[in-house]
Design a binder for this molecule. Sequence first.
Ligand code: AHM
Ligand code: MG
Length: 336
Amino acid sequence: MTKKHQTLGEYIIENQNSFRYSSGELSKLINALRLAAKVVNHEVNKAGLVDILGAAGEVNVQGENQQKLDVMANNIFIETLRNREIVCGIASEEEDDFITINSSDDNHQNKYVVLIDPLDGSSNIDVNVSVGTIFSIYRRVTPIGSPVQIEDFLQPGRNQVAAGYIVYGTSTMIVYTTGDGVNGFTLNPAIGTFYLSNPNMQFPENGKIYSVNEGNYIHFPQGVKDYIKYCQKEEGDRPYTSRYIGSLVSDFHRNMIKGGIYMYPKSSIAEEGKLRLLYECNPIAFLAEQAGGKASNGFTPIMDITPTELHQRVPFFCGSKNMVEKVEEFIQKANQ
Ligand code: AHM
Ligand code: MG
């Protein structure tokens, strides 16, 4: 149940028993992510002061080495999870390989793994445009009590237990799902508390916004070019509006509220597109489906793809149900 003015902390406690696999462990894990989000938010908010506080790579006035924000966010999430001993493994877009988390008694009793893109869209930081963190949680598939293995991370998105994002925007929000709808919480920065602001978020079935890097148009497959032309055509409720921030979390967040489609197709310059299946596409796809939207690679639902490697990329079409079905139609027709 969702109540207005509820804090995220209260919501987690009240809804603990409705989680698919309730034991309190997942609640603790989401609490840890909430804490790390506040720390990262604090750092992101200081980004504009870089000339005053010192740029990445420099030593600041306190004698501290300044880290790039994406490196810092990566460390904050990993250390927060590691210190609390609530996961058995972490994979991050910023790390080459997965990390095994040893518990203090070394018996690996935790059952969850977290996959994370600590600061997505980080090229936007220098220009004061919103960025985000994306996370995805699975139950391990190898036996509890042993160190995690690669197969614990290479699971289809359908196996996700929870997923969400934090958007560091005009206000900072956590939006997440545990498989029972999507809820959004907004941070009151004065007191450091997230409040339930967007209960039961729903994608409109149709939308009028398409979000794609049109600078790559000539490199796109024919079906995607045809769909873009369809979006621009004057007919019925078209032409649609184009909006592209270049920050997946923000583009997705807006489209979920207003109705729209986000696309990062494959192209002649990026064979499998750009976005990562495990850290970006699967968690966003889980949220999309939970909110009544869809996510596809043009042929198959994103969450039905069995990953073969940690940093695998995949073409990505995600948003309002009817818009995703329409782009699939164009892609599949051009492919015949
Ligand atoms: P990143 O993980 O290196 O930050 O890249 C992911 C970002 C997405 O947030 C965004 O939608 C996309 O890259 C933009 O890419 P492009 O500049 O090619 O349009
Ligand atoms: Mg990213």
